[in-house]
Design a protein around this ligand. Structure first.
Ligand SMILES: N[C@@H](CCC(=O)N[C@@H](CS)C(=O)NCC(=O)O)C(=O)O
Length: 202
């Protein structure tokens, strides 16, 4: 398996999931602006959508969309319980989280990274994000992961996006519960390995 990634971006979640799964994998860095991979390949031929993550599977498929890649990786190592079994109610709950993180959290952080957007647009995104994060903070039981006592790929994704807060000046300090969650997930071995591999550890 090969993950196409850009350091610290949303593809970090897939990178964490790969380390947590214990499966054999390689990675290749992508310059998403230039649409070139580190080894000089035209990324738009690998993933015509032009963004990361993209996962090349061992049976020759190119899978895109982080929330789906995370489920694929988790399903390759079912013994690690990185996601509940397909078809169960718990799996739908995990999918509910993944979709919420992708559409309500991730995509409300995205405008905050964009220097060209007007302040009014960023203000709207910040207000929306605050509202979603407030709800999220209420759902998250202190000391627990999103799905309970066990780490899942939902946590890999949520950690990845909340981890952008300092860089985009989105203040998480008003939610100590969430701050504790980010710290707890940051310290997991799979997360540390992915951060190190992407050159993001201090
Ligand atoms: N819908 C995609 C969005 C992925 C996405 O937003 N990727 C960003 C990094 S976090 C990216 O590669 N942006 C560069 C671009 O759009 O050209 C997903 O959920 O995987």
């Amino acid at each position: 398996m090969k993950l196409y990634y850009s350091p610290g971006s949303c593809s970090l979640a897939s990178h964490v999931a790969l380390f947590a799964s214990g499966v054999k994998f390689e990675v290749e860095q992508v310059d998403t602006k230039a649409k070139k991979t580190k080894s000089g390949k035209d990324y738009s031929k690998i993933n015509p959508k032009g963004y990361v993550p993209c996962l090349e599977t061992n049976d020759g498929h190119f899978l895109t969309e982080g929330a789906v890649i995370l489920q694929y990786i988790a399903d390759q190592a079912s013994e690690k319980n990185l996601i509940p079994k397909a078809g169960t109610w718990d799996r739908y709950r995990a999918q509910e989280w993944l979709n919420f993180i992708a559409t309500e959290i991730h995509k409300n952080y995205s405008p905050l990274w964009n220097k060209d957007l007007p302040e009014a647009t960023k203000k709207t995104a910040t207000e929306r994000l605050t509202n979603r994060v407030e709800w999220l903070n209420q759902q998250l039981k202190p000391g627990q992961f999103l799905m309970g006592s066990h780490f899942t790929v939902c946590d890999a994704y949520l950690f990845t996006v909340l981890n952008w807060s300092r860089a985009v000046k989105f203040d998480l300090t008003k939610w100590p519960n969430l701050m504790g969650y980010v710290e707890k997930v940051t310290n997991l071995p799979a997360v540390q390995s992915a951060l190190k591999a992407e050159g993001l550890t201090k």
